[in-house]
Ligand binder design. Structure first.
Ligand SMILES: *[C@@H]1O[C@H](CO)[C@@H](O)[C@H](O)[C@H]1NC(C)=O
Ligand SMILES: *[C@@H]1O[C@H](CO)[C@@H](O)[C@H](O)[C@H]1NC(C)=O
Length: 396
């Protein structure tokens, strides 16, 4: 009896110690998060606006890219994950039907658990990870990004991760992230590391290519990606973190792969498809209530906003990289039917100088929240993406 009581007391004590330790660790960790961000440098280098701004105010720099800076950039290049057994595919390798049984990817785990053998994870969420993740890739993307605090559009690391999750949903097998950070504190390496480890991301340190120019920083990154990884790529797209390929007729996972499959069957001579640019404008909803960027902006231009769409193309037929349309060696370039596939471009309040909605903006746009079924799914499955919160605003 006495002995039992004593051990109970000991157990209580141990529990209290545990609680105290947990609280202290949490406090210290939070301080860590708060302090570096509180004092981080405010750099007025505002060059990486959207490609729209770039296109209007071209700051083309003829600076050659020196071999030295290139070597610096190579050092932090992260390589592909080891190859795995290829999975069942159609002749072009694209997924044509939803819920095709795929080989579980052992490298894709959350907190040491394998997502495919965890009965607590719903089938719905498991299905989001049913792509094979090793090269060659059927569909890939390249991103040239600089995430920085004074970005008025508020595109923080959170929005970048959300976008990466969305591309995964759309059926992108792999994303090459070229990080053109200015100052170490802007580097997205640590934010992206879990996705590098899962094999979804290749991280390339592109900081040596600043100050930013379209040619010297952006197009050079796109070209570098094709030059270095192109032999493992089939369909590929250069795209920004506020640009979301969207199909009004297909919101199921892997819709982009189905689209490309359909398209190549119907148009075998097309090597490049341009997705038309539909702008989502206006003052965003509160990001506490709607953490996903694509849920915050629900007003879309009636027609395409401009000719600055983005193209998805066959790497093998590309000659030189450009931002919107690449120069192709052969094959035709055509626009996709916007009823089938378009680009949702989340600009927000840019045209109203970040202020309240104006009559002009309201007149230009109509309500469109047809992306909601995807947002709902992403919300249900976001905790398994493996990157930590997709809801918490953060900068690195
Ligand atoms: C292509 O992928 C294979 C693995 O399947 C890898 O060994 C090789 O290094 C990759 N090639 C390039 C150029 O990335
Ligand atoms: C692809 O084609 C199938 C069958 O015709 C159709 O059901 C599906 O909606 C198409 N998807 C896309 C994204 O084009």
């Amino acid at each position: 009896m006495v002995c039992g009581k004593l051990s109970q007391v000991v157990r209580y004590k141990t529990m209290w110690y545990f609680v105290v330790v947990v609280i202290s660790v949490t406090l210290v960790t939070n301080l860590f998060i708060i302090f570096p961000t509180a004092f981080s440098m405010h750099d007025e280098h505002d060059s990486m606006r959207s490609s729209f701004i770039n296109a209007r105010l071209p700051r083309v720099d003829s600076r050659r890219i020196g071999q030295d800076s290139r070597d610096v950039a190579w050092d932090s290049r992260t390589s592909f994950s080891p190859p795995e057994k290829p999975v069942d595919t159609t002749q072009d390798g694209l997924i044509t039907t939803e819920r095709t049984a795929r080989m579980p990817d052992p490298s894709l785990s959350t907190g040491g658990r394998n997502i495919h053998s965890d009965p607590t994870i719903s089938q719905e969420c498991q299905n989001l990870y049913r792509h094979h993740m090793s090269p060659p890739y059927r569909l890939s993307a390249v991103l040239l990004v600089r995430v920085y605090r004074h970005d008025r559009a508020g595109l923080s690391s959170r929005e970048m991760l959300q976008w990466l999750f969305y591309l995964r949903y759309a059926g992108f097998d792999h994303v090459f992230v070229y990080d053109a950070y200015v100052g170490k504190k802007e580097s997205q390496y640590h934010v992206l590391l879990p996705l590098v480890q899962s094999g979804y991301i290749t991280y390339v340190d592109w900081s040596a290519y600043n100050p930013y120019t379209i040619k010297g920083t952006q197009i050079s990154a796109y070209q570098d990606c094709v030059d270095n990884y192109g032999s493992n790529l089939t369909w590929h797209m250069a795209i920004d973190i506020d640009e979301y390929p969207f199909s009004p007729i297909d919101v199921e996972p892997n819709f982009m792969q189905r689209f490309l499959h359909n398209f190549s069957v119907e148009n075998p001579h097309v090597s490049q498809i341009t997705l038309q640019n539909y702008l989502f404008l206006g003052k965003p909803l509160d990001s506490q209530d709607n953490p996903f960027l694509i849920a915050r902006l629900r007003r879309r231009t009636h027609k395409k906003g401009n000719d600055l769409g983005k193209s998805v193309f066959r790497v093998a037929q590309m000659r030189t990289a450009e931002v919107h349309h690449n120069e192709m060696r052969d094959g035709k370039t055509i626009d996709s039917d916007a009823q089938v596939m378009r680009l949702n471009h989340y600009w927000g309040a840019r045209l109203q100088d970040w202020g309240e909605d104006t009559p002009r903006i309201l007149k230009l746009t109509e309500t469109d929240y047809s992306v909601k079924p995807i947002v709902d799914r992403l919300n249900r499955c976001s905790k398994y993406f493996g990157t930590g919160s997709l809801y918490m605003k953060r900068w690195n």
